[in-house]
Design a protein around this ligand. Sequence first.
Ligand code: NDP
Length: 306
Amino acid sequence: MARREREPLSAQGQRPRAPTVQHDTVDPTENDAVEQLIAAVVEESQPQPATAQSDLRDAGAIVTGGATGIGRAIALELARHGCHIAFNYRDDGDGRIAAAAERTVAELRQLEVTVLCRDCDVRDADDVEAFVDAANERFGSLHILVNNAGIGRDRALWRMEDEEWRDVIDTNLTGAFNMIRAVSPAMRAQQFGKIVNVASIHGMRSEFGLSNYAASKAGMIGLTHSAAIELGPSNINVNAVAPGYIRTTRLTDGVSPEVLDRARERSVLGRLGDPQDVANVVVFLCSERARHITGAVIPVDGGHSL
Ligand code: NDP
């Protein structure tokens, strides 16, 4: 490409100024018209700051595991920005999760968005295809996928059962892969998409008893990088968030108070996170304000991993 020659400096070391309009020789009404034209051109050429509200309104979004905890907070925050929400849960047979899903549906509907809620196991590729097809049909297009569904089955690795290993890898890692593979054709065809994987700080630095969980979340980070490379040319951003200890029922019911106290002390901000802390970052990554971010892993951990 030819480089533009710079104007030579004058003897005084100043660049020559662009010729200016001599206002006193111009009819004042003509002058006003010129000013208005210049103002309009200048305004048009300024980058318009995209607000999260403006670019997310009416987007079709899927949030896996959206009935409870972090997934619920993400679904609600996306809906507050005007997204239509499809979320799934895995029926555990005792109706507990179905009841939680119903409550989340009711909260979402209050935000006046379209809601689709399905019993769909992310480990099952056929189930996932059917869920994604249903969401696509309901919304007319799919713009956003948040892979949030996840489980933990913590145990020292020499005591870990095959099933505990498999369940965690199949849900956290294969589940995210199944979802990304299922939404890719629609997102590639429309040349637009935002995918956010909910990984964990334990995907970067593990602790005792987390071999299955840490491996699944590290795998999710690798999947994020690969998907970003493969889908980037189709204008699809793929990122991950890596939450630290976030106050959800899963955490407060499943982890001892001593571990939670230690986690609070480890965080440089001296606190545990809330689901909303994660939801805010996910919504940012789904917005056009993050359009030049892909393949990134953003810690949401109050500095725990420093
Ligand atoms: P929750 O248990 O509240 O949320 C997980 C959701 O995923 C549940 O609704 C769960 O349903 C659903 N789910 C589990 N397995 C499947 C499946 N096979 N198919 C469909 N849905 C499924 O936990 P959190 O909100 O705490 O966790 C959400 C995500 O955040 C997880 O990926 C977790 O690993 C990650 N994370 C959480 C942290 C924390 O401190 N809370 C820290 C770092 C990461 P069900 O109840 O029926 O299993």
